[in-house]
Design a protein around this ligand. Structure first.
Ligand code: COA
Length: 388
């Protein structure tokens, strides 16, 4: 196994991007990352692209080749592979790129993540997202993702006394962070009153407990760590890559308030990095719904099971808190273009570790973690990064 570093990052603005095509977005994020890294086309050995459901969102499959083509690399025949794992497609693409370099097969790899979700109606987008649930046992009966996470929230409230106010505080915090992020879909703060009184989507989750429907792309350039200094003087090492899976449907889980895939992916990552949760300076976690962030901080070991709501209420996850969570604004405020999310999380951690996060910059963070989930927790990835 060889060490792997991130040597370049790039992001498009997230939002409802009517004036940009899928091709435009992928080329924009990819070219930003490539310019940032200092590599040129001839240095790139492979590309891995995370995209959940381009076939349904824009009627286009064969995304690996399309992204290589849109990036101007079709004539140099770089192998380009699309990776799919629902909303964890981006995290999986990062892991595939990481493994291909760690194994010695490749030296320089471009990883992209993209989704263009607003070209179809809201109803169609909801149906498309629901393809990540179990068709036979969940989606067929009409359950949607807000509905699935509402079940988790209701059980969490029942088991641990988590409150609607605590859910709302996750949204308030993430909107406050997103207000400082020029790439975020919603760059506006919200009040706790607005959060808890927002239109109900799936009891107890209201509009402001949900991540939005988003267009956007993200890209990173990975390089064998021993060669990273040939291209950049600010590499960030990926010191661990964990992945795990679980039952597709919620009812198959040991405990619906715990995402065991996250617990196992985190365990794998902490072991590889030889670290424990207390060593992490910041984390981007998968807050597709406010309850998901509460479960994530528990499952990643930042707080004990059941204490996530209290931890948010006690402000330990704010930008000035003990363990800042989702400094980017998270999926809630930055937006959630599903296939791009896992890659965009790495972009935020890298920018923080390089000291380039501008108004959201933390004071000298050293170690950051990115956590990406597919569906209601059937797939999870955890990456840990360190500035070198
Ligand atoms: N957070 C904050 N504001 C939101 C929002 C969100 N999640 N979703 C929409 N809005 C805002 C819009 O900007 C718009 O504001 P405006 O009137 O000032 O322009 C307004 O609410 C209505 O937007 P609209 O697009 O009509 O909302 P909608 O009712 O079609 O969709 C949801 C709202 C919550 C149903 C939709 O965002 C959703 O499905 N989210 C979940 C996505 C998901 O499941 N992802 C996968 C997770 S695993």
């Amino acid at each position: 196994m060889r060490d792997v570093a991130v040597i370049g990052v790039g992001l498009t603005k997230f939002g409802e991007l009517w004036d940009k095509s899928f091709r435009n977005l992928t080329a924009e994020a990819g070219s930003k990352a490539i310019i940032d890294s200092g590599v040129s086309g001839k240095d790139i050995d492979a590309m891995y692209i995370g995209s959940m459901s381009s076939g349904r969102f824009i009627g286009q499959e064969h995304i690996g080749a399309l992204v290589a083509d849109a990036s101007g690399f079709s004539h140099i025949h770089i192998p380009a592979t699309r990776v799919e794992g629902a909303c964890a497609s981006g995290g999986l693409a990062v892991r595939e790129g990481f493994l291909s370099i760690a194994s010695g097969m490749n030296d320089v790899v471009v990883v992209g993540g993209i989704e263009k979700m607003n070209d179809i109606s809201g109803t169609s987008a909801t149906e498309t997202l629901a393809t990540a649930a179990d068709q036979e046992w969940e989606a067929f009966f009409g359950v949607t993702f807000p509905g699935i996470y509402a079940l988790i929230a209701t059980r969490h409230m029942h088991e641990y006394g988590t409150t609607k106010e605590q859910l709302g505080q996750v949204a308030v915090k993430n909107h406050a962070n997103g207000a400082k992020n020029p790439y975020a879909q919603y760059q506006r703060e919200i009040t706790i009153d607005k959060a808890i009184n927002a239109t109900m989507v799936a009891e107890p989750l209201g509009l402001l407990d949900c991540s939005p429907v988003t267009d956007g792309a993200a890209s990173i350039v990975l390089c064998a760590a021993e060669k990273a200094k040939n291209f950049t003087d600010k590499p960030v090492k990926i010191i661990a890559s964990g992945q795990a899976s679980d039952s597709l449907a919620l009812h198959g889980r040991r405990d619906i308030c715990t995402l065991d895939a996250t617990v196992h992916a985190a365990k794998m990552a902490y072991k590889q990095a030889n670290l424990n949760p207390k060593d992490i300076d910041l984390a981007e976690v998968h807050d597709c719904f406010t309850i998901a962030e509460i479960c994530a901080i528990e499952d990643l070991g930042f707080v004990k099971k059941g204490e996530g709501g209290k931890a948010v209420e006690n402000m330990i996850t704010t930008i000035d808190g003990e363990i800042p969570i989702n400094t980017s604004g998270g999926l809630k405020s930055k937006g959630h273009p599903v296939g791009a999310t896992g890659v965009a999380q790495i972009v935020e951690i890298v920018q923080q570790l390089r000291g380039e996060a501008d108004k959201r910059q933390l004071k000298d963070p050293r170690i950051g973690l990115a956590h990406n989930v597919g569906g209601s927790g059937a797939t999870s990835t955890v990456h840990i990064m360190e500035a070198i």
